[in-house]
Design a protein around this ligand. Structure first.
Ligand code: ADP
Ligand code: 5SP
Length: 480
């Protein structure tokens, strides 16, 4: 049985799974942490990838490897292929002004938003690579002058696995390219005119691969000179497109991922172009589309609430579940890292409706879970407004391990929520892509998907109504 490897190089860590290409059975896995922060030297991702591969028993016996990665991050390379400066990540908001300018330069009164949604499927916000290029050109001209090529985290890691064989060998895929701001899912073409508009000149970008087109072969030297030969490299993709492959999202499924980011997405047959900017009109990893809403504040809201209350995550969940729905009027608006949807990069979090009665740890824990979920429920509404069907929500990501999130989610989302067993669904999706590469065929292999557990509850609309009252009443970052 051929084995395949899937990698998830995500914000907080690198996760590696090795699966049987034909049956999808998990054979072994490993992980390694990433550094904190919203700007990271890509070489730290490479070191983590090597450590996670090692922890997963190496690549000596695998037929193919695919890398999925956090989207949007700006990896700039010079003519020699060296990294010019640390990558700015998807959750780095310093390019908010650049995003605003790029939209305004394309026209006022909504013209600019319409232009970008029509040209690239999305209205750029600070997360998008194009805005980071504009920031670099404005704020670090010496670094900008050195840049010869720009690529995304998963493009760079795949290229390193191939032995970094020159800039001409950089490859990407539709799923991740659709988050750059200079590639159109609707036409399948780069918009290098928009890259030039952002950066001031054109740069080399990775060549586009089809969903099952290999990016090359693993260079045996990169694993210490004793690596295997003939291991195929998949095109890889963005982490959300990989998660869609990993959970086998079908018609009527909306996937909600609660990781560092909160994402709400569905696989679609036609491209989206939401000029409000709430829904990003991404592509998926199979040749279709992936309309997606992303928030900057998800699992870390729970981390922060747990740390504030000096409890662990399991105790936080117990506290939240013991408190009443709606937390007796206590609302947390969770914009701890600023926010992307809605586009409020300078916003901060806030707590509203505090009384002597609800000033308890349990109420605050409940408000944190509900606030984080309400922001995602707003995203679900936006996705439905773009034509998605939500028969059920498939909940994944580290935050889905919280019993409180699983039980409160159906009350807030107003539809059944199914939760697959805890797992690494992004890495699994990458492994499924690698299996497609290894086995060939018109579609990824049909792996049996894990039994899901369903959580149903009566919707509690009052929770969302109260959140909607509080949502826009926040302070901006001090000094921002
Ligand atoms: N039992 C739990 N309850 C709540 N959050 C959890 C739990 N287990 C893990 N997490 C959170 O999940 C997050 C990591 O999720 P993950 O999907 O791996 O993120 P990313 O892919 O963005 O790196 C961390 O912030 C972690 O605290
Ligand atoms: O920016 C987006 C999607 O547009 C994020 O979803 C990133 O892709 C990071 O994902 P995680 O590391 O949180 O999984």
């Amino acid at each position: 049985m051929p084995l395949v490897t899937g990698v998830d190089s995500s914000t907080q860590s690198c996760k590696v799974v090795v699966r049987d290409a034909e049956t999808g059975a998990l054979v072994r896995q490993g992980r390694a942490p990433h550094p904190d922060g919203t700007e990271v030297d890509p070489r730290a991702w490479w070191d983590a990838l090597l450590a996670a591969v090692d922890a997963a028993g190496g690549l000596a016996d695998v037929a193919a490897v695919s890398v999925a990665g956090q989207q949007h991050g700006m990896v700039c390379l010079d003519e020699a292929g060296e990294v010019v400066r640390p990558a700015l990540l998807w959750n780095d908001t310093r390019s908010a002004d650049a995003a605003r300018d790029l939209v305004e330069e394309a026209g006022g009164d909504g013209t600019g938003r319409r232009f970008w949604a029509g040209a690239t499927g999305s209205v750029p916000v600070a997360s998008f690579t194009a805005t980071k290029l504009r920031w670099l050109a404005r704020h670090e001209p010496a670094n900008a002058d050195r840049v010869a090529a720009v690529c995304l985290p998963h493009d760079w890691l795949t290229w390193r696995l191939a032995g970094a064989p020159g800039l001409a060998a950089l490859r990407t895929d539709r799923g991740d390219a659709s988050g750059t701001g200079y590639w159109s899912p609707a036409t399948g073409e780069y918009r290098l005119d928009l890259l030039e508009r952002a950066f001031g000149r054109r740069l080399r970008v990775p060549a586009m691969l089809g969903p099952a087109e290999p990016a090359g072969v693993l260079d045996p030297e990169v694993l210490g000179g004793t690596g295997p030969t003939g291991v195929l490299l998949g095109p890889g993709t963005g982490d959300n497109a990989a998660a869609a492959l990993g959970v086998g999202a079908g018609p009527g499924d909306v996937v909600v991922s609660i990781g560092t980011s909160g994402t709400v997405f569905a696989v679609a047959d036609t491209p989206a172009a939401d000029e409000t900017g709430a829904v990003a009109g991404f592509a998926d990893a199979t040749g279709r589309y992936l309309p997606l809403v992303c928030t900057l504040n998800a699992a870390r809201v729970l981390d922060a609430a747990a740390s504030l209350l000096r409890v662990g995550l399991d105790e936080l969940a117990e506290l939240a579940l013991a408190a009443p729905a709606g937390a007796d009027g206590l609302v947390m608006v969770p914009y701890l890292e600023g926010e992307r949807t809605p586009n409020r990069p300078l916003a901060t979090g806030s707590v509203h409706g505090l009384t002597l009665h609800n000033a308890t740890a349990g109420h605050l824990a409940r408000a944190a879970v509900e606030g984080m979920l309400c922001a995602l429920a707003d995203g679900l509404d936006a996705l439905i407004a773009q034509g998605a069907r939500a028969d059920r929500v498939v909940l994944v990501g580290g935050g889905a391990r919280s019993a409180a999130v699983r039980r409160i989610a159906p009350q807030v989302f107003g539809c059944p929520v199914v939760v697959p067993p805890p797992g690494e669904y992004v890495a699994d999706g990458a492994a499924r892509q690698a299996a497609w590469i290894a086995l060939g065929g018109a579609a990824p292999p049909e792996w049996p998907f894990a039994e899901t557990r369903e959580y149903a509850a009566d919707p509690v609309p009052a929770v969302r109504a109260r959140y909607a009252e509080a949502r826009d009443r926040t302070l901006d970052r001090a000094g921002g």
